[in-house]
Design a protein around this ligand. Structure first.
Ligand code: GLP
Length: 260
C-alpha cells in the first residue's frame, strides 16, 4: 500500500496522471468510477486535460461502484446522473460505455449478477477510483460487510445517510435507505485501486484503512490484502496516521518514472 500525503489539488493531479497513463497505454481501458465528493477534483482535472490538452476517453469503458435503490429514474442524485454530470458530459467518454448497478431493477439478485458478469466480460477494472466513508465504507460496503462480498443490496447506516444528506438538501430522510454496491471482493478484483480522502473527518477511517487490523468493522481495511493500492490523502486526513514520516520519506525518495 502506497500512501501519498499532499495538497488536494496535487493529489487530484496524481490520480489524473494515473488515469491518463492507463488511457494512453491501453487499447480498451476500463475505469472504475466512484461518486461522492472525493473524486470530483480528479474529474475536473480530466475534463480540463480533455478540453485543453486533447486527452481522450473515447476508447474507455466505465463501471460505477454503487447506486441508490428507490430514487425515481433520472433523479439528480442517482449516481448514474452524478457521473454523467461530473464526468461523462465533460469528456468524450461514450455514455453507452458507462454502466452502473441497476437500482430500479425488479429482480435485484439478477441485476447484481448481471453487473458482475458485465465487469468480467469487459476484462475487469484496470483502475478503480475510490473514496472512503467516515465509518470506513468503500463503495457502500458498510461495517459488517463480508470481505468476500460481490455486488448486492445493502442497507445504509444512519451515519452514511447523515453524511450524504448534504446532497439531498440536508434532509436525512430524503436519503435512500438501501443501495446496490460492488462487493469488497469485486473491488479487490480491480488491478489498481486509487483511494482519495481529504479532511479531518476521514482521519480515523484512513488510519484504520492503512494501519488497522483487517476487519469487517472497518471494511476499507481489506485493501491491505491488495497488491496495488495508492492512498492519496491531505494533511488533515493523514493526521491520525502513525507512520507519517515514513510515508513522506518514501514518496519523496521515489523515482519519478514510477508514477503512482
Ligand atoms: C459515499 C459513496 C462512496 C464514497 C463515500 C465517501 O456514500 N457511496 O463511494 O467514497 O461515501 O464520500 P465523500 O467522498 O463524499 O466523502
Amino acid at each position: 500500500m502506497e500512501v501519498v500525503i499532499g495538497a488536494p489539488d496535487a493529489l487530484a493531479r496524481l490520480a489524473a496522471d494515473a488515469v491518463q497513463r492507463l488511457l494512453e497505454g491501453t487499447p480498451r481501458p476500463v475505469l472504475g468510477l466512484a461518486t461522492g465528493s472525493s473524486p470530483l477534483a480528479v474529474y475536473d482535472e480530466l475534463a480540463r486535460r480533455h478540453a485543453e490538452e486533447g486527452l481522450s476517453l473515447a476508447h474507455a469503458r466505465g463501471f460505477l461502484l454503487d447506486e441508490y435503490v428507490g430514487l425515481p429514474p433520472g433523479h439528480a442524485e442517482g449516481y448514474r446522473a452524478v457521473i454523467e454530470r461530473e464526468l461523462v458530459s465533460r469528456v468524450d467518454l461514450d455514455p453507452a460505455a458507462v454502466r452502473g448497478p441497476n437500482g430500479s431493477a425488479d429482480d435485484v439478485p439478477a441485476a447484481c449478477a448481471a453487473y458482475e458478469r458485465a465487469i468480467v466480460e469487459a476484462g475487469g477494472v484496470d483502475l478503480q477510483l475510490l473514496g472512503i466513508g467516515t465509518d470506513g465504507h468503500v463503495g457502500f460496503n458498510e461495517p459488517g460487510s463480508s470481505l468476500a462480498s460481490r455486488t448486492r443490496i445493502k442497507t445504509l447506516t444512519r451515519q452514511t445517510r447523515v453524511d450524504n444528506a448534504r446532497f439531498f438538501g440536508g434532509d436525512v430522510d430524503a436519503v435512500p435507505t438501501h443501495c446496490l454496491t460492488q462487493g469488497l471482493a469485486t473491488i479487490m478484483s480491480a488491478r489498481h485501486l486509487v483511494l482519495l480522502a481529504t479532511g479531518r473527518g476521514k482521519a480515523e477511517a484512513v488510519h484504520q484503512l492503512v494501519e488497522g487490523a483487517v476487519s469487517a468493522l472497518w471494511p476499507g481495511t481489506v485493501l491491505q490484502l491488495h497488491p496495488r493500492v495508492t492512498v492519496l490523502v491531505d494533511d488533515a486526513a493523514a493526521s491520525r496516521l502513525q507512520l507519517t514520516d515514513y510515508y513522506r520519506q518514501t514518496y519523496a525518495g521515489k523515482p519519478a518514472w514510477q508514477g503512482i
